[in-house]
Design a protein around this ligand. Structure first.
Ligand code: SF4
Length: 759
């Protein structure tokens, strides 16, 4: 992208922040996207089957669908409609589009403009030194991939990335191909989002996933929502929060930002709610400082401990603690020594509010704790998540109805991809199954996760980058460094639906392999096929497209992977790839043979609401070394900011999904037409001699290196002093690749020390 100049900024407009989420405006914006981007027929057809039993699964987030009746009118949210309008768009990025736009011109487009150019209709090749992508045949593309992969000195010089949109069937085939090729270099988007969850929960409760069902949220006495913005990132969760309230439950929200979706929900599907002004959700809002959730929870536990000591067994669930946990004594000893005032000062929330929250928790026994990136993308995230488990364990709120831990996944099948084997660490039991079923020796060495993949490309240790979906460059931290690594590759390959930044920041040569979308029919030799996905609650269900493909040249993810595998592996492979993609039942048979919980897969996935995967803690079975759930003791956060430094968190706007920019209207926050903005505390603005609209550059300094993000505009916003918020991917260039979450290696996108420089 050529140099950013003030003329490139849009007309930033600040409007009033909204206090009510969804409602009629959600309907208006949904219809606007259908009108602007889709043919009406396709719009009606897709929305009639979106998230319906036997229909297709939303390619947006991984919020579950009800097991029982689904809302016939609309089992989806505004951002689900935007996701469909993106995929089922009537716009086409066909060979003419690529002929009209050189790679340099594509590079000068914003992410919004790139994404709106439409569906890619044919395989495209960017030859070494070429200025334009050119159409290429599928077989020629497969041959090129095979040639580049097979000329590497080691399979470990290739990286195979997966975004969470890939189906279980495609993900299983992918990991099988990559492991038969000879490497475990299988980074995925989970490395950047809930890897800290997997690491922490596996250690303390014996499973790397959440333990709740949707019904648990409806039945909870109390739901605590931490480090999550459900109104934008998981909007149907608001219906579950509404149900909880109607059932007498209460809600505590913890966030540095007063997100609209946490305040009041106007359910657009309930006219009386629209007329009555909706349902107030949050009972107690705790506006915590960035990455001080642990100090806050530690303060609450300290207050509860003091109450428990006065009347043992009246606050803590001693029977549960006795029977199912370990580490309680060390944990209470730590609480005994904890300085409450220090915790209160650290988290920035008033004692009164903390005591009020402690009171609510005291009186609740069925507690659900929901969270997302606000807890998982910090250097101490693994400890933070373990601290949340301490809170649930003391109340016995794991493994009973209305209770549990609920990490909410941001991508529709990110959990499923991991379950069927996409991970840079090959579990011993899967390794044994792959060896037994496919009669080959899977690689033993752990591969590269996302951060190590970026480093491997940056240091020239990796030479081919292959992506199953996603937008690697925009999703990853340290953008300038990541771009350097990608450009050093001999070949970059992307299985994609639409153009994105990763197609224009490319290797010496590049390929785009356009695939079918979730909304589209997938006709194979033995008829129309369906795929399957796993949501945040561990439910696997089928997804079957309804639209004719956007182009006759498109192939499914499964068919593309089979083509690449067959061509690359030649007679080294023990797999009949062509046969597997004649009928995906063949793939599911193999998954059933290799992955626990998928027995009778083809039968169970055809159940209208799909099936639940096994989840030990849901029944108070903890698959830890001693079979117990563990209390843990961890140090508190310590962000000693220097004068002039701020702690920055990157967030999504309401008109965005991961790196896909749906529009330029973050309407809940009142920020319109511009994404290069810094949300900043009003007093901090004044102290820095800035006013809303002023232009600044940002810098971050880590490990002797200074990184920049240029040309942003500051906006006064209700955020704790010393904290600022920016959007990703625009601010990702500030996130250092050299600093990650301990234990999970997740980028620290939610707590980066930065400085502002007035322009
Ligand atoms: S809540 Fe998530 S999965 Fe459901 S419709 Fe909205 S974006 Fe799609």
């Amino acid at each position: 992208m050529s140099e950013l100049t003030p003329e490139r900024l849009h007309n930033l407009e600040i409007r009033e922040r909204q206090t009510k989420a969804a409602g009629l405006p959600a309907l208006k914006y949904s219809l606007k996207h259908v009108d602007e981007y889709m043919h009406y027929g396709a719009g009606l057809q897709t929305l009639a089957t979106l998230n319906q039993k036997g229909g297709f699964d939303c390619p947006g987030c991984a919020w579950p669908d009800p097991d029982d009746s689904r809302t016939p009118m609309a089992e989806y949210c505004e951002n689900g409609v935007k996701a469909i309008a993106e995929e089922a768009t009537k716009r086409r990025a066909d060979p003419d589009f690529f002929a009209r736009h050189s790679i340099t011109e594509l590079g000068d487009m914003t992410d919004f403009e790139l994404g709106k150019s439409g569906r890619i209709t044919q395989p495209m090749h960017l030859a070494p030194g070429a200025t334009h992508y050119q159409p290429v045949s599928w077989q020629a593309a497969f041959d090129l991939v095979a040639a580049e992969l097979n000329k590497l000195d080691s399979p470990d010089e290739a990286i195979f990335y997966t975004s969470g949109r890939a189906s279980n069937e495609a993900a299983f085939l992918y990991q099988l191909f990559v492991r038969q090729y000879g490497t475990n270099n299988l980074p995925d988007c989970s490395n950047m989002c809930h890897e800290s969850t997997g690491t922490a929960l596996s250690e303390v409760i014996g499973i790397g996933k959440g333990t709740t069902t949707l019904q648990d949220l409806h039945e909870a006495d109390l739901i605590i929502v931490m480090g999550q913005n459900p109104g934008t990132n998981h909007p149907r969760q608001l219906s579950a929060l509404e149900k909880c309230k109607e059932n007498g439950g209460r809600i505590i929200s913890v966030n540095p930002l007063p997100e609209t979706g946490l305040l009041t929900f106007v359910n657009p599907q309930r006219p009386l709610k629209v007329l009555s002004g909706g349902t107030d959700l949050t009972d107690i809002f705790l506006q915590v400082r960035i990455n001080e959730d642990m100090s806050l929870v530690r303060a609450i536990c300290k207050i509860l401990w003091e109450e428990e000591k006065k009347a043992p067994g009246t606050v803590f669930d001693q029977e549960f603690i006795e029977q199912y946990t370990a580490g309680y004594a060390a944990w209470t000893k730590m609480l005994e020594e904890t300085d409450l005032e220090a915790c209160i000062d650290g988290c920035g929330v008033s004692r009164e509010l903390i005591e009020e929250a402690a009171g609510l928790i005291h009186g609740s026994s069925k507690i659900v704790l929901c969270y997302a990136m606000g807890l998982t993308q910090h250097e101490n995230s693994v400890d933070v998540i373990k601290e949340m488990i301490n809170l649930l364990l003391l109340k016995g709120s794991i493994g009973k109805p209305g209770a549990g831990i609920c990490p909410v996944r941001g991508h529709s099948n990110v959990q499923g991809d991991r379950t069927v084997g996409v991970w840079e660490k090959l579990k011993p039991e899967l390794r044994e199954r792959l060896r037994a079923v496919f009669n080959f020796e899977p690689p033993t060495e752990d591969g590269y996760d996302v951060v190590n993949s970026v480093k491997a490309m940056g240091e020239g240790r990796a030479k081919v980058f292959f992506a199953l979906g996603g937008n690697f460059l925009s999703a990853t931290p340290d953008t300038v460094y990541t771009a350097k690594g990608l450009r050093q590759c001999n070949l970059t390959v992307h299985i994609s639906t639409k153009p994105n930044r990763s197609h224009v920041v490319h290797g010496r040569q590049a390929l785009i392999l356009p695939c079918l979308g979730r909304t589209e029919k997938d006709l194979r030799a033995e008829g129309e096929q369906f795929v399957s996905c796993e949501n945040s609650m561990g439910v696997v269900q089928m997804s079957k497209g309804v639209l004719e493909p956007a182009s006759e040249h498109l192939r499914s993810e499964c068919a593309i992977i089979a083509g690449v595998a067959k061509t690359t592996l030649g007679d080294r492979t023990t797999v009949d790839w062509a046969n597997l993609v004649r009928n995906y039942d063949n793939i599911r048979e193999l998954i059933a043979a290799c992955v626990p919980g998928f027995e009778r897969y083809n039968e169970k996935v055809r159940e209208p609401a799909g099936f639940y995967l096994p989840n030990g803690p849901r029944n108070r079975r903890f698959d830890t070394a001693d079979g117990k759930a563990h209390f843990t003791v961890s140090p508190l956060s310590n962000h000693a900011l220097a004068p002039g430094e701020y702690l920055m968190m990157t967030v999504r706007s309401h008109d965005q999904y991961n790196t896909t920019i749906y529009g330029m209207h973050d309407r809940y926050r009142g920020i319109h037409h511009e994404r290069r903005v810094v949300m900043m505390n009003e007093q901090d603005l004044a102290a820095a001699g800035l006013v809303t609209g002023d232009k600044v550059d940002l810098s971050s300094e880590y490990d002797g290196e200074t990184r920049y993000a240029r040309l942003f505009q500051v906006v006064a916003y209700p955020i704790p002093s010393g904290n600022i918020a920016t959007y990703f991917p625009e601010a990702n260039s500030l996130v250092p690749i050299t600093r990650t979450a301990r234990g999970s290696n997740t980028p620290i996108s939610k707590s980066v020390r930065v400085r502002l420089h007035k322009r």
